[in-house]
Write a protein that binds this ligand. Structure first.
Ligand SMILES: Cc1cc2nc3c(=O)[nH]c(=O)nc-3n(C[C@H](O)[C@H](O)[C@H](O)COP(=O)(O)OP(=O)(O)OC[C@H]3O[C@@H](n4cnc5c(N)ncnc54)[C@H](O)[C@@H]3O)c2cc1C
Length: 491
């Protein structure tokens, strides 16, 4: 016995497809209404973290996903510059547990195709080209209206219709996604053999540059810039922008630029954030996935959270015999705090990436986050990523002695000669605390620290900018605020 016999799912994205697969496998009659004429998955690639892979396993699609994707462990940080020097190899947390890789890159249409095939095999009916425009909840059932015409009555409607959800509006929720102030360029390109995991670059003209492998020969590349209106930009202009903004990055970016110049498709979108407050349902209509929450993909969790929504909701609907308040209470108790925590963490990671504005990154917004953590009873310590960089500094000193001397002079003014005298040994002592996960956890235990905040220290990348940057660039970007100075003195 399940709590529902018939369900309408609005939207055939990952969240809607996941809910449809689970319910249909349990014998529920499922109709999926999708506005697009066929399944298409915009964007080039996606990173599926371990928790997303675990959810896909619960749906029964993991084996197909594993065969189609590119699994990897760890994260590589590189610096701008002609050779893209590797700054650090960081271990990844296995968010799905030991049975899954820490992460996997995938071509989005492949993921969509696999999920569609499983849904169809489970008996899900798809109604493509059907835009849901109305919903009428009569208490025991919900009537669904497509293009102003009623199309059927269902025990439950799941609104998985994405960021600009019509279902959300139709049930009277007025929360809308907000821009986080960043936009992203993405391109699907060929994978140089040396790229075997996600690699990110902090520093240079954009907030973040990077790429993630998606298959034996493919990967997707990203450039995260300040949000700006790119709506009128033609395909050719988009390619030129991506080529231009990537010029500060060497290594695998050479191959990416070759593909861009040869016509690799480029796409642009903004980062958003929102979390709908509880409840996510009104009567027998509930929203999940991006309709309920969105976050910048700084920790690649948007789709993962939509998958988790679907797995938890369907588990409750399959395990109970009525759609009652207990179902909604448990659904919200299990999903809302988690979705909220992920959105908060993603936005925080965005703040760290926002190294163009030291006052914001190191100043008030950061302090507010810390205050929030303190209020939650959580102790926090900050470790600047510059402790990772002595080797890089040596290289910088060698390549750009003048720029490095300027940065050192600024550092001396900012932190004082005494601080500089101790920083070398201090850096040496701290490296394992960042790079070796066991040493790092032990150090946190020893200090009674719950959460360690690692912030990029872009000053140490500045000399890479070289002479091609506008004059004054270095000085402007190394502006500092009192709070930043205090924390530098503290280590
Ligand atoms: C740049 C970028 C990169 C990202 N990278 C990652 C990543 O690496 N890892 C990750 O986990 N997440 C990532 N995300 C987030 C992830 O893409 C989304 O969270 C996820 O795709 C949302 O899935 P969804 O099913 O909720 O919504 P969607 O995928 O948006 O699906 C909604 C569907 O509903 C349909 N629809 C809309 N309105 C109607 C209507 N009225 N009637 C019928 N159908 C309708 C739409 O056509 C669409 O097919 C990224 C997001 C962005 C913007």
């Amino acid at each position: 016995m399940t709590a529902v016999s018939t369900v309408a799912v609005v939207g055939a994205g990952v969240a809607g497809l996941a809910a449809a697969i689970q319910l249909a496998k349990a014998g529920v009659e499922v109709d999926v209404f999708e506005a697009k004429p066929e399944l298409s998955a915009l964007g080039s690639g996606i990173t599926l973290q371990g928790n997303a892979l675990r959810a896909l396993d619960a749906l029964g699609v993991w084996e197909d996903v594993r065969a189609a994707g590119f699994p990897f462990e760890g994260l590589t940080l590189r610096a701008p510059g002609p050779t893209a020097p590797v700054v650090a190899e960081l271990p990844d947390v296995k968010t799905g547990g030991p049975d899954y890789p820490a992460g996997m890159g995938m071509y989005r249409p492949d993921l969509a195709g696999i999920m569609l095939a499983h849904a169809e095999r489970a008996g899900v009916r798809f109604r493509f080209g059907s835009t849901v425009t109305g919903i009428d909840d009569t208490g025991d059932q919900v009537e669904v209206v497509v293009d102003e015409a009623p199309v059927g009555r269902f025990d439950l409607v799941i609104g998985a219709d994405g960021l600009h959800s019509a279902v959300r509006r139709l049930i009277g929720i007025d929360t809308e996604p907000q821009s986080t102030g960043m936009g992203i360029w993405r391109a699907f390109v060929s994978r140089p053999a040396e790229v075997v995991r996600t690699e990110l670059y902090y520093g240079g003209p954009v907030y973040i540059a990077g790429y993630t492998p998606t298959g034996p020969d493919t990967m997707y590349a990203i450039l995260v810039e300040k949000a700006q209106d790119r709506s009128g930009v033609s395909d050719a202009e988009a390619t030129q922008i991506m080529l231009g903004e990537s010029m500060a990055y060497g290594g695998p970016w050479e191959s990416i630029r070759t593909d861009l110049a040869a016509g690799a498709h480029v796409n642009h979108t903004w980062f958003t954030q929102h979390v709908v407050e509880a409840p996510w349902n009104r009567g027998r209509v509930v929203i999940i996935g991006d309709a309920a929450h969105s976050c910048p993909p700084t920790i690649a969790q948007g789709a993962a959270q939509g998958l988790e929504d679907a797995v938890v909701l369907t588990e409750l609907l399959i395990g109970r015999d009525a759609v009652d308040q207990a179902v909604w209470d448990e659904f919200h108790a299990r999903r809302l705090p988690r979705a909220q925590a992920v959105v908060d963490a993603s936005v925080r990671a965005r703040a760290v990436a926002d190294r163009r504005c030291p006052r914001r990154r190191h100043g008030w917004a950061d302090l507010r986050h810390r205050a929030a953590d303190g209020a939650a009873g959580m102790s926090v310590t900050d470790v600047h990523a510059h402790v990772l960089l002595p080797a890089l500094q040596d290289e910088v000193r060698r390549r750009d002695p003048e720029g490095f001397a300027a940065a050192e002079a600024l550092d001396a003014v900012r932190n004082g000669a005494a601080s500089q005298a101790v920083s070398g040994p201090m850096v040496g002592a701290r490296i394992p605390k960042l790079t070796d996960v066991r040493v790092r956890l032990a150090a946190m235990d020893e200090q009674g620290v719950d959460r360690q905040w690692v912030s990029a220290s872009p000053n140490h990348f500045y000399p890479w900018a070289g002479s091609s940057w506008p004059s004054g660039w270095r000085a402007r970007r190394t502006g500092w605020s009192p709070s930043m100075s205090r924390r530098h003195r503290n280590g």
